[in-house]
Design a protein around this ligand. Sequence first.
Ligand code: SAM
Length: 263
Amino acid sequence: MTVLTGDCRALMPAHAPFDLILADPPYGDTSLAWDRRVDGWLQLARAALAPTGSLWVFGSLRSFMATANRFTEAGLRYAQEIVWEKQNGSGFHADRFKRVHELAAQFYPAASPWRDIYNDVQTTPDATARTVRRKRRPPHTGHIDVGHYISQDGGPRLMRSVITVRNCHGRAIHPTEKPSALLEILIRTSCPVGGLVGDWFAGSGAAGEACRLSGRRYLGCEIDAAMAERARSRIAAVLPFHDGAGATAPLAPEFSRIEGERS
Ligand SMILES: C[S@@+](CC[C@H](N)C(=O)[O-])C[C@H]1O[C@@H](n2cnc3c(N)ncnc32)[C@H](O)[C@@H]1O
């Protein structure tokens, strides 16, 4: 469980296969010096996925539209997206609405059937029993196979695709830090317990914190050496996952080796 310092394109493929790759790359939406789109990482990420693995990428609709062909060229197929709704945010000159959301989209290798990809279902315990029942699907949806999760009357509900989590303003250690609670939802959905999450643009290491709390193994990569060191300290400060029987999730031997190698 650590963060490598360097370019993810050079370092991360050697640690494949990843059960889940999380990527929060620079969106390239602004003229800021650090906000430059990174080329060539998508092919490498696709090749670094385990056979059941998938890739969650953060971005704006603007950044996804500008890079859509790169996903296709890399052999990745779009699966679904979530909207992260935050309490505030910064917008663009053209915006006529207060911009309070970002997107995260899931992709998987185009050569793999979707049914082979690891996907758990997230639920919330806020359902109420129905008094009026809808018997069939509305006609405008056409034929859609039965979903993976059938909610019980009054029982847990399928989590909604618009997820509201406060952003990290005021306590962030990185200018575009994502809340670890949001990342934990994606990690629990797309990586089995004990599986390996690769965080290719690690920033503050928020995903490492989420992995530590949810019992997944974590390898991040951050090109900024000072930020990588802060991410390592942050992750090390989180109490590790407990399996309920008093044992903590074991750290794989290869991670000790990576710790020794880090620059
Ligand atoms: C949008 S931020 C990620 C923020 C992170 N998700 C968090 O919650 O803190 C993107 C990060 O990618 C890093 N980065 C840019 N190019 C990189 C590369 N080629 N390899 C690894 N990291 C890179 C930047 O230094 C920056 O910290």
